[in-house]
Write a protein of this length. Sequence first.
Length: 750
Amino acid sequence: MEDHRGGPRMGSYQSKSNRGVSLRLVYMEQSGLSLAVLFPGKGLPRIVHWGDPVADPQALLGTYDALAPQRISGGLDLTAWPSILPTQSEAWTGQRRLCVSRGGVEVFCCFQVESVDLGTAPVLSEDLTAPTLTVRACDRDQGVALTWRCQVLSSGLVRQRADLFNMDAVKDLDVNGLELAFPLPAEATEILTTTGHHLRERSPQRQPLTVGRLERPSLVGRPDFDSSLLMCAGRPGFGFEHDEVYTVHLGWSGNGLLSAERIPSAPALLGGGEILMAGEITLPPAGGHSDQPAYSTPWLYGSRGKGLDQAANRYHAFLRSLHPGLASRPRPVTLNTWEAVYFDQSYDKLAALAEQAARIGVERFVVDDGWFQGRRSDEAGLGDWSIDRQVWPEGPKSLEALAARVHQLGMEFGLWFEPEMISPDSNVFRDHPDWALSPGPSRLPVEGRNQQVMDLTNPDAYAHVFDAMDSLIALMGIDYIKWDHNRYVTEACSPRSGRPAVHAQTEAVYGIMRDLKTRHPGLEIESCASGGARIDLGVLQYADRVWVSDCVDPVERADIQRYTSLLVPPEMMGEHVGDSPSHTTGRATSLGLRAATAFFGHMGVEWNLLAVPQDQLDELGRWIDLYKRWRLMLHTGHVVHGDAPDPAVRLDGVVSADGSQALYRFTQLTSSVNYPPQPLALPGLDPGADYRVRPLDVCCDLDRIGNGQSPLTWWRPQGVVLPGAALGAQGIRPPVIHPAEAVIFEASRS
């Protein structure tokens, strides 16, 4: 066995079962997580261990005799024990996991393993590698070959993907679906997913995992508001800090699904895959495992841990490894102009707004929708990516001059685009009506927000979009792109091929992002899709930030941000201080709640500062200064959430990587049956250390937001010192505060 000190462990072992079946076991371990894959004979392998490191991996060869099922009455002579890609040839009777056909006729595959390779391979670049198992198998009778790859990443994530090849020398092979999965232990009988809609994304819901199939699909060309960020499984009642939790995520920005499935005769599977329309993927005659055309699935990621927080922090660590620059450069406080001016743009107004923003400490100024040709409302202009000279005349009041003024003020300059969309009322559509995805020559899909989808699989349309963005970035020195996506992608066929095009369209989007960032080093991209619809590890290979939701109402954001953090680390979550009353809900809230809610992510402002009274500007400036003092810790630490039994309160926090300090936010969302609030355990602290717990500077004014009739004795600058073990068990009593208020306090190792 190979043991890399401080790094991964890998090993391969062989033996025979008690009945003489030849066995091979591959073991991979990294960052406190191990995976064992067992090969019985020539059949596809099984994942037989996904959990804590094993002292003697070779002993896992015994899992064949320990886990292989008996033959049962009323069934086939082989009882299902799902492999990495179960098919009916191994007695799988659940939902089809591999769907391939030739000429409209189903192809039933029985794969035999031909080679097994264990080593290290790149994750995204040669600079980042991971232990990798590569299995090549084929069904020579059916002319189908399969390559399966599995990696244990430095974050403790496990990910797998498959490549499918057509070995037939004459006939095409249609790929209609390929779904991978991880096995679940028997005790994982509850499923947690998220649902939602525009302005209320990622709302949690739980249900039992019974015999049958639970499927969460998204068929609108992106992960939808209603699609689940993760699918999580564990013992009933599992929480953020307790019980073993198993999660999967599909790293793909097109159509896809997550699923949990159990049949009576086999362990439950937790998995996912891309949803393919008929005719979307056709493999021409080729030659098996080679450079011939193949279909590659998206990566399916799996994470496990004690509680949701540990599982989530593995995703955070992975994203941080993909974007190391986010930790080395503090996340700039961002002002976005949308709720400040909407479409009412002018040089004078935005220059004044930029000057006000700079005065209170804003570091990035982003001009939102409305700057380009014909864009006076959401009814026209998409695709005409040139500056509207009626709004931005050439000269000292041009958009270029505004960008220069923003840079002169010491801020970065950002600009909004919606590159994937086209307005029927636009010059580009009038000149190129065939550049819109459509189901046929005489009909366009139902419009959304007065727009259609630009066919980026068309090389001319791709070049038009890329060249326009590329030239504008160079012209104005754009530092940041807010990349929006405001329309469902439905009936998505390319007029050029007549075939469904979501898969190719998604790859084209990745291509533009990748090429722009290669062409302009240091350029950052925010992924926005009607707010928070497209958030996944596919787009986050290229995007540096996500816009969590179009709703910045802090009461709504409390859970939207909490459940987005199951995948996305704080420094990549756009969290803005908005106006009151909220533009989307009409709810009035205090500046303290709005700022505290935005504090733990990538903090920004979505507010017309020119209309804000000076006392509130001063208060907002103090919050921004405080954020700047703490953001390095917030953006490198471990995210934690309290498992408070009271549904009226929330406890969220970040603990520094070395455990020396932490910040917690206590939010009283609504009135509670508990009055005063019950003590709350502080998760994530070192149980062997003592901590001083005290209120954070700007949050000490309980006279304004408090509702207690006597002082809270620890709510003072000196705070109170307690053992980490006590804080993690009995906890500390938060102050009595009004509903829709929040306070922040720190814990520092004493």
